[in-house]
Design a protein around this ligand. Sequence first.
Ligand code: A2P
Length: 272
Amino acid sequence: MLCNDQQNYFLWVLQVGLALKKLFEEGVVKREDLFITSQLWCGHHAPEDVPEALGDSLNDLQLEYLDLYLIQLPFRVKKGTNIGNAENYIPPDIPATWGAMEKLHDAGKARAIGVSNFSSKKLGDLLSVARIPAAVNQVECHPGWQQSKLHTFCQSTGVHLSAYSPLSSPGSKWMNGKVLKDPIVISVAEKLGKTPAQVALRWNIQMGHGVLPKSVSEERIKQNLDVNDWSIPDDLLAKFSEIKQVRLLTCDFIVNPDSVYKTLDEFWDGEI
Ligand code: A2P
């Protein structure tokens, strides 16, 4: 049986597929003008399951190809099970899963392939065996969790760091939106005549990261797009190093003393 979150997720994906179809048919936007990413769930890591998982996503989204397909987590559960019960956790075999991802890239079904929630070490291990290097590592990144080590590692290896929860996800059950209340972010915003959200997004852009802010509000979507023709000057940018660093999405639900990752330190390889 699906948990509510999964059911909601499937409904949401189908709605996105319907919306995309309508927009393409009405000529509002062309497929090639969009950049569409999806992720491989941790129950589909077996190499033989990877093409089927991508196929299901393409069917749900009514698309022929994805621009980017990511391994969502360096973590695996038995097929058909979910996160929550450590008995279902099995060691991931990232090189094998990556081999299947590479074949999807070869076939043109995923124009780029990458990972998500990988530490510098896990990303380095993957790069050392990959035929096609990961294009992207999508991770939590905002002024309150700046990913300094991963940022440097990605820069030196040519992997693009893409920031999820760039506003620290106010209102989510996992995170707290603390970045929008941070005194340094607020004072920079006041000096520049911008909102704290715009400053948080602009910080990621100036770090060279992609940013993925979520909003259902037209006004906030417009505000979040208005971050390209101004910049945070160096003296104010330097202030961000004073912000206390706390990883908000620790993935503690993955860690179990009887399972693959016994501590958060093991899961994040010390980047916690
Ligand atoms: P809403 O969808 O009602 O606009 P993140 O991208 O870090 O995951 O954060 C998403 C959350 O941040 C959503 O709850 C969203 O609410 C809120 N949000 C998005 N843009 C802004 C903004 N410009 N100012 C304040 N909150 C925002």
